[in-house]
Design a protein around this ligand. Sequence first.
Ligand SMILES: Nc1nc2c(ncn2[C@@H]2O[C@H](COP(=O)(O)OP(=O)(O)O)[C@@H](O)[C@H]2O)c(=O)[nH]1
Ligand SMILES: [Mg+2]
Length: 283
Amino acid sequence: MPTIHWYPGHIAKAERKLQEKVNLIDIILEVIDSRIPLSSKYEGIEKLTGDKPRLIIMSKADLADPEYNAKWQEYLSKKTGLSVILTNTSSSKDLSHIIKEAVDLGKPKIAQLISKGLLPRPVRTIVIGMPNVGKSSIINKLIQTSKVKVGAKAGVTRVAQWVRVNPKLELLDTPGIIPMKLDNQERAAKLAIVNSISENAYDTLEIAQEFVNLLADLYPELLEDHYNIDLKETSPTLENIAIARNWLILGGVPDINRCASRILSDFRNGRIGRITLESIPPN
Ligand SMILES: Nc1nc2c(ncn2[C@@H]2O[C@H](COP(=O)(O)OP(=O)(O)O)[C@@H](O)[C@H]2O)c(=O)[nH]1
Ligand SMILES: [Mg+2]
């Protein structure tokens, strides 16, 4: 198992900042990565959001295995009782779906304001998730139709603004970033594979090999086809893949560094195929 470094000291502060933002909003858009729906899901989410309504967005669905996408969507909606929407940032159909669900989720809150004699106002929401899951891409898509800034709010950093998505929905234009507690190294490795962890925190050779092991286990044909190896004859090491693909340095030595970076970028860009790295937990 590779070693991934993390700093527990930063977590409490990051959690406090996230909580401050969440306190300002009515409903939450929680983004997870469709390729690792478990590892990219924040375990402390219920504690953070209390009883505020929430919508789960499975991002990067275009990079994940379509069969697994459907299974994970069903599993998560059953388990949480929440709506789960699959998205990829190039689809605007998903986007209108998200907007409609968000407005619906906020209706009880607005009705409550009215019943207290207050004026109705747009539902306020925020996009939260781990680094690199696609939060900014979703925010940009949500606000591209309307660039109306509705002003800063006290309690949030000065740069955070409410943006009106439509007359019924306002979005905080900076995401809530979930602090990474990397105490589980298997999980941390998956987060590193999808590029959610800073490259300084891990060894690329180790993480690439970990990914190759997962691929050999879950999608052996994709590994064989894409890297030109036969798993019956060759064990899937970075050395062997570099040899098979003719990635060599002077003297015919396999270039494992190039091999490692290449494999990770192939996966992250969807060049190997549509891959999901986590299967549904047995019940
Ligand atoms: N293929 C694909 N790439 C995406 C999608 N959403 C985001 N990305 C890419 O993932 C990377 C991180 O996205 P970003 O929105 O900055 O994530 P954030 O760190 O959560 O704000 C960027 O390179 C995006 O282009 C998606 O739905 N499909
Ligand atoms: Mg971002």
